[in-house]
Design a protein around this ligand. Structure first.
Ligand code: UN1
Length: 509
């Protein structure tokens, strides 16, 4: 890969640009932030971090931009988002490669992530003509009642390293057509991807005379709590760990702000005795080792019917034996590196804890060393026979560790699937209609996403994305998730000459 060319295609050679208002870059003013690639351990480029002073300057622009942007007709805002989608199509290869190089996911998945950005832009364009409110029948004569949706204001987007560009776009594209402006604090592990996104859209913003401040970026962790505590930001969309999510949720709630929380998952696949084993194999391996197990939708638990358990484990072991681990930019490799060395330590600790709790290693893990693995971030996907109640099984470890366990009845399997604190994604592989429908029923999966004969990861943007319990309850992306980005107003108009009160109350003066 020609890193230099990709960086120059995306305009990332320039240093000291830790903040932007969409059309203008600003010096962050804070400490330098170096971005190292987990692929080869090399320094890709450096940026600086935004100080509080820079943050305040950016927020002033955002606040002024909102006053204008909210007056643009929604379809006109949609037209800007349409052009952003076009620009992303043009830059798909370069941005996909940068995602792969800075974050470490396979090039296919890097490109897939940019495709999600393009798709959400298309979705948002259509949505810009469909921000519908309802009309209700008033109980009073000669009265009309309806509701309308207004832009909310400045939306704070705090995103994680694992989807360094797509999560921003799910929030930003929807927020923009809704008439909001955005301030984005990306993960400090993937700042260059964020800078690249701002560069890609800058020309569209300029060409359309979009007010400066509609798409703001602040790099560095200092801005996280500035956003959480800022009463000018009515909505904070946070993607990351449950631990930090709890802090974000409490801080923002303390000032009566709204949050969209996309926190940890502990996603399971139920493998029924009525399943198609080839499909199980594909769905499980992609779900468990794709993105090196660093998706919030990654498959972490496999709950297998006792009658097909041995067969399932045998085919899985064989498939794991064939996995190629290495540079994710090489299409022949299935598994790339973890994000950093700290993540490999968490991975090793999790395996150790599983063993201590009685887990049996079925496919051994370990950190890879030697040529091609210099970054120290490459690990072997592993499989551990475990029980659902183990403490480590109840936690989300962002690594390719798959816990397998047995069940006897479908009710027991559903209880196990639900028996964790998280509630993001879930799936069942079965050709039995009764089992599938039970899994999808009110007594079935308690997750935000429940699939049949599809793995736990790889959701399409058209649905609302998010989950329950410790996953945080937020929904973003498709369906009517846009409603979280707008404020609802109920309007009642009296076109008569009398003033009747609701509930038939008599009040004469
Ligand atoms: C995440 O891991 O934070 O469903 C998001 C999926 C992707 C999104 C994952 N579309 O796996």
């Amino acid at each position: 890969m020609n890193t230099k060319k990709i960086l120059s295609d995306l305009g990332i050679e320039k240093l000291n640009s830790g903040a932007s208002t969409g059309v203008k870059w600003m010096k962050g003013g804070g400490q330098q932030l170096d971005s190292y690639s987990p692929v080869d351990g090399k320094l890709i480029a450096s940026t600086d971090q935004a100080t509080e002073k820079t943050y305040q300057k950016v927020m002033e622009k955002a606040a002024a931009a909102f006053n204008e942007w909210r007056t643009w007709p929604a379809p006109k805002r949609g037209e800007v988002v349409r052009q952003i989608g076009e620009e992303l199509r043009r830059k798909k290869d370069a941005l996909g490669a940068l995602v792969s190089y800075e974050m470490g996911k396979s090039l296919q998945e890097g490109l897939g992530e940019v495709q999600e950005m393009i798709d959400i832009c298309d979705f948002a364009v259509g949505l810009s003509r469909q921000l519908y409110g309802l009309t209700m029948h008033s109980e009073r004569p000669q009265h009309r009642m309806y509701e309308q949706w207004h832009p909310m204001g400045i939306v704070g987007i705090i995103s994680a390293f694992n989807f360094p560009v797509a999560v921003w776009s799910w929030n930003a594209a929807i927020a923009w057509v809704c008439g909001d402006v955005c301030i984005w604090k990306p993960s400090s592990k993937t700042p260059l991807c964020a800078i690249a996104c701002q560069n890609i859209i800058a020309s569209v913003l300029k060409k359309n005379n979009v007010p400066e401040g509609v798409s703001c970026l602040v790099i560095g962790n200092a801005s996280g709590d500035l956003i959480n505590n800022d009463p000018r930001i009515p909505l904070v969309s946070f993607t990351g760990s449950t631990r930090i999510g709890r802090h974000v949720s409490q801080t923002v709630a303390g000032r009566f702000g709204n949050t969209i929380l996309e926190l940890g998952g502990n996603n399971a696949i139920i493998v029924s005795e009525h399943s198609d084993l080839n499909m199980v194999l594909m769905g499980t391996v992609f779900g468990a080792v794709g993105t090196a197990g660093q998706r919030c939708t990654s498959t972490r638990r496999l709950i297998v019917h006792e009658s097909v358990y041995d067969k399932t484990v045998t085919v899985l072991k064989k498939a794991y034996g064939q996995l190629k681990i290495g540079n994710p930019l090489n299409a022949a490799n299935h598994v790339g590196p973890l994000i950093d060395v700290k993540a490999t330590e968490d991975y090793l600790n999790a395996i150790e804890r599983a063993k201590q709790e009685g887990g049996k290693i079925l496919v051994a893990g370990g950190v890879l060393k030697g040529a091609g693995y210099e970054s120290g971030c490459y690990v072997k996907p592993c499989i551990i026979e475990a029980e659902n109640h183990y403490e480590i099984v109840q936690e989300e470890t962002f690594a390719p560790i798959l816990y397998v366990m047995k069940y006897k009845t479908i009710e027991e399997a559903i209880d196990m699937q639900n028996g964790v604190p998280q509630g993001l994604s879930s799936s069942i592989f079965t050709n039995n209609l009764r089992e599938a429908e039970l899994f999808l029923s009110a007594s079935g999966s308690d997750c935000g996403i429940a699939n049949v004969n599809i793995g736990t990861s790889g959701a399409e943007i058209g649905g609302a994305f998010g989950g329950e319990k410790e996953t945080g309850g937020g929904r973003e992306s498709g369906s009517d998730a846009w409603k979280a980005y707008m404020r609802r107003q109920t309007n009642t108009i009296n076109y008569g000459t009398k003033l009747p009160l609701a509930q038939g109350i008599k009040f004469d003066v």
